[in-house]
Design a protein. Structure first.
Length: 216
């Protein structure tokens, strides 16, 4: 019985050979995709590749002083850089005296945030309890300060904020890594650490003592 239909394609040697050549060509074409080429890329829109723009610190033939980077217009302030609250942003009053107390109200949320930031930025040097025995003391670094010294307990909050911001002695400035709000949170948490090492049972409220069974 003579076979007809699509089966004849595969029985015909010529058809089979052509199909094999076609598949091999498709295979080689697929392997070639993504390979580097010495031909220049096709630019459908040159403006997307060669934009007329200045790069940072490039020379400019347009401006009189030849500088691409322009100074802000006199009297203007960049968005988000208007820091009218001097106490909050510098830790100092209008006479440049360091503040005695933080301008930020102390809340439980603030202390939780302060502890998180302290453990990241301060604990490696000052330790998690603030006694200056952080992990860097194992690597022959200059010993950091003990935050429980009388001098640092009695000093104003503005001093702690200023040291965090601008550094002191071997301690680098952290104003570039730690936002202002987080610096004040750390100051409040340091005060909590200091209080924890100098507290007595009389500092615990009566209700809390009864809850923990410290007093009948």
């Amino acid at each position: 019985m003579k076979k007809t239909g699509s089966n004849n394609i595969f029985l015909n040697p010529k058809s089979f050979f052509l199909i094999a050549i076609l598949l091999m060509g498709m295979n080689f074409t697929g392997c070639y995709r993504g390979r580097p080429s010495e031909n220049p890329p096709i630019h459908l829109n040159l403006n997307m590749d060669t934009q007329e723009k200045y790069k940072p610190l490039a020379e400019s033939a347009f401006f009189e002083n030849g500088s691409t980077m322009r100074m802000p217009v006199m009297g203007t302030v960049a968005r988000g850089e208007l820091r009218e609250d001097k106490a909050y942003y510098t830790g100092k009053d209008e006479n440049d005296n360091l503040l005695d107390f933080s301008p930020v109200p102390v809340t439980a949320e603030l202390l939780i945030r302060g502890r998180q930031r302290y453990d990241i930025y301060c604990a490696p040097c000052h330790s998690k309890i603030g006694d200056g025995t952080g992990i860097i003391t194992y690597y022959n670094y200059v010993p950091p300060g003990n935050l429980h010294e009388d001098r640092l307990v009695e000093i104003g909050d503005g001093h702690l904020f200023d040291v965090i911001s601008n550094g002191f002695s071997n301690m680098p400035a952290y104003k570039y890594q730690i936002p202002v709000a987080d610096r004040w949170a750390i100051v409040s948490y340091v005060r909590a650490l200091q209080r924890s090492q100098r507290s007595s049972i009389s500092d615990i409220p009566e209700a809390e003592l009864r809850r923990i069974g410290g007093r009948q």
